[in-house]
Design a protein. Structure first.
Length: 315
């Protein structure tokens, strides 16, 4: 696989996740099939419709936090967890339009970066949301060149900044590894079984269920705001379609936590199909506000630049 095609896949992962987030946001908590009911014919345009408090093409907290992950990795020349947590905290204090309840509780607690999530989990016993998985596309690109063990370890450490439940760490680690395989030109679906062998034994069985070839999101026992059905739904969408656009349609049509399921699906599908597969009519409207950071708003070209730098600097 040549460097150019790898870069296209890296851009596909980062930009593809952001596009999925913005595309799915207006349909969050809606019924199944709402996206296809409104846009029954693929390719006719208008899908970046906005709604539910979001402007057309506006990315949510999923991509906002992903950008903070990316910029911390690049500006610190590697994983500096205190810096990343500080950026999260600045963002959370700036009253973003949307922030997960668990993430908000951890970031507003005033506890140190290395204790806040663990202390929250001790008292709440709720820490398996998809809020760490949703922001993982940039870090999956950055650490991919370092190999399976390194990228899965980094995913766990970044997840643990806001999520005290190891289930969230393991789901993000699986995502990191599947993206790594895709960036190297492999089929992430073929890598699922081997990847499961590197999941913590206490969480392996749960992930084996939702990542199996015969699993369907209708069989989920939890809302897809939880990390394992969210990841399982994204892998299902990739497995049952043959293009970036169709994977995103399938993901959003599941209903529920559509922005995050679509963001995760978009990261995987973008890594598989590359940035050229992302419809321009979707990416041209994309914009990512960054509350707390001087009114900055990133566009698709800036995300492409970030992705290229992540790919080059990683490893």
């Amino acid at each position: 696989m040549d460097a150019r095609s790898r870069t296209e896949r890296a851009v596909g992962a980062v930009l593809g996740s952001a596009v999925g987030d913005a595309l799915g946001a207006p349909f969050e908590f809606g019924p199944e099939g709402a996206f296809s009911a409104r846009f029954p014919v693929p390719g006719h345009g208008g899908e970046m419709c906005g709604g539910g408090g979001w402007d057309p093409g506006e990315a949510t907290d999923d991509t906002q936090m992903a950008v903070l992950v990316a910029e911390s990795l690049l500006e610190c020349d590697g994983l500096q967890l205190p810096d990343m947590f500080r950026r999260f905290r600045v963002w959370a204090a700036a009253d973003p339009k949307d922030i997960g309840l668990q993430t908000e509780a951890v970031l507003s607690s005033g506890d140190p970066w290395d204790l806040a999530a663990a202390l929250h989990f001790q008292t709440s016993q709720r820490g398996a949301g998809n809020g760490a998985l949703m922001r993982a596309a940039p870090s999956s690109v950055y650490f991919a060149r370092e190999g399976r063990d390194a990228t899965m370890d980094a995913a766990r450490r970044i997840s643990a900044l806001t999520h005290g439940d190891r289930a969230a760490w393991e789901g993000t680690a699986v995502f990191h590894e599947l993206v790594r395989v895709a960036l190297a030109g492999g089929d992430p679906l073929d890598a699922v079984e081997e990847t499961l062998g590197h999941v913590h034994p206490g969480h392996r069985e749960r992930y084996a269920v939702v990542l199996s070839a015969d699993w369907h999101p209708d069989r989920a026992t939890e809302f897809n705001g939880a990390v394992w059905p969210c990841l399982g739904s994204a892998v299902w969408a990739l497995r049952t379609t043959s293009s970036y656009e169709d994977a995103l349609r399938a993901a959003i049509d599941l209903g529920g936590d559509t922005d995050t399921v679509a963001a995760v699906t978009g990261g995987l599908a973008g890594a598989v199909y590359g940035s050229a597969a992302i419809p321009e009519r979707w990416s041209e409207a994309l914009h990512v506000p960054l509350p707390g950071f001087g009114g900055r708003v990133l566009r698709a070209d800036e995300l492409r630049g970030l992705a290229g730098r992540l790919d080059r600097r990683g490893g």
